[in-house]
Ligand binder design. Structure first.
Ligand SMILES: Nc1nc2c(ncn2[C@@H]2O[C@H](COP(=O)(O)OP(=O)(O)OP(=O)(O)O)[C@@H](O)[C@H]2O)c(=O)[nH]1
Length: 356
């Protein structure tokens, strides 16, 4: 496994005898910067007069900020897959990728055709890393590429979100699980080094004691209890108290900031909705002789209630009309039955009279 920080472009050099394109399968947690990295690579390779062959395997991506040669979205309509199979977003992505994998032999043919002109094939994968790494289609695609071309897994990692040794370790463990699953050369790209230098992470990887020191400074609460015997509860509550203090100190300010942002966004949205409603209801209000909007200091849900509270008189008229309608309908249905009844009675009466 090799580690590389982004932002320091070195000389582009492939092995001299390498006549085939190298496939770079770009993986990483959602938001780690895979797409941005592929975009950066594409620009870099174009600048070096070695345009790559680019494949997008994310069916749910809205926008791809670089030219792609093969886009899964041209083959599978992810929204339609969700609708037809009654799936949620994740299921939709997995199924779309499965459907695409069934055609991957055609993709291989396209790459083969272009292998004389391209030194690199870049493959951007879905945001949800497990969709590719732990699905049958991900394995099929990886194996198809690796059996024909030199292939390397590029694991993009968000360095700025890995400064906590526990998060860093879980990220690395995930990387290791992919390394053992794919059994391919593996490069860890520590992205977002413009936010934080990745040297701390390299040091942690190379020097276990440094990592251990960082880990020791981490507050992890561990307590032994017996729920049956009731032991360990005093210790448990000591730790709860420390955790609550930590929450007040470190977490609360962040949650309050989030709540403020949310409240601001909500009030802005409410104001926009109200403005829209005012605009829509303008002519209606004039017709109904309302006093206008100046006395309308209600939110949208209040307005719906107001609309339901019709005048009593109006309500009576409505209900009368309803009754009349129902009666008419019932009478119109009953009339033929009644006519039949009269007819039958008449026949019976005549037959009785004729017997006499
Ligand atoms: N500061 C900084 N931001 C970055 C860098 N790379 C990506 N980002 C930002 O990180 C966010 C996520 O980037 P994407 O490229 O969409 O990440 P992704 O892994 O493809 O995301 P998914 O497709 O959702 O998995 C975006 O806001 C990018 O602008 C970087 O090197 N530095």
């Amino acid at each position: 496994m090799a580690a590389a920080g982004s932002g320091e472009p070195g000389e582009m050099a492939l092995p001299k005898d390498c006549q085939e394109p190298v496939c770079l399968i770009v993986l990483g947690m959602a938001g780690s910067g895979k797409t941005t990295f592929v975009q950066r690579l594409t620009a870099y390779l174009h600048k070096k007069n070695s345009p790559p062959y680019v494949i997008n395997l994310d069916p749910a991506v809205h926008e791809i900020p670089f030219p792609v040669n093969i886009d899964i979205r041209d083959t599978v309509n992810y929204k339609e897959v969700m609708k037809q199979y009654g799936l949620g977003p994740n299921g939709g992505i997995v199924t779309s990728l499965n459907l695409f994998a069934t055609r991957f032999d055609q993709v291989m043919k396209f790459i083969e055709k272009r292998q004389k002109n391209c030194q690199y094939v870049l493959i951007d994968t879905p945001g949800q890393i497990e969709v590719f790494t732990w699905s049958a289609s991900g394995t099929i695609i990886t194996e198809a590429l690796a059996s024909s071309f030199p292939s390397v897994v590029i694991y993009v990692m968000d360095t700025s979100r890995s400064t906590n040794p526990v998060t860093f370790m879980s990220n690395m463990l995930y990387a290791c699980s992919i390394l053992y699953k794919t059994k391919l050369p593996f490069i860890v790209v520590m992205n977002k080094t413009d936010i934080i230098d990745h040297n701390f992470a390299v040091e942690w990887m190379q020097d276990f004691e440094t990592f251990q020191d960082a880990l020791n400074q981490e507050t992890t609460y561990v307590v032994g209890v017996s729920a049956v015997a009731g032991t360990g509860l005093d210790d448990f509550f000591v730790q709860v108290s420390q955790a609550a203090e930590e929450y007040q100190r470190d977490y609360r300010p962040e949650y309050e900031r989030l709540r403020r942002t949310l409240a601001e966004a909500q009030s802005k949205q409410q104001k926009e909705q109200l403005d829209r409603l005012r605009k829509d209801m303008g002519p209606v209000t004039l017709e109904s002789g309302s006093t206008g909007f100046d006395d309308l200091e209600l939110g949208p849900s209040d307005l719906i209630l107001t609309r339901g509270n019709v005048d009593v008189e109006e309500e009576e008229i409505d209900s009368d009309t309803d009754d009349i309608d129902h009666q008419t309908t019932e009478e119109s249905q009953e009339e033929p039955a009644f006519r039949n009844f009269l007819q039958e009675t008449k026949v019976q009466y005549h037959s009785r009279n004729s017997k006499k």
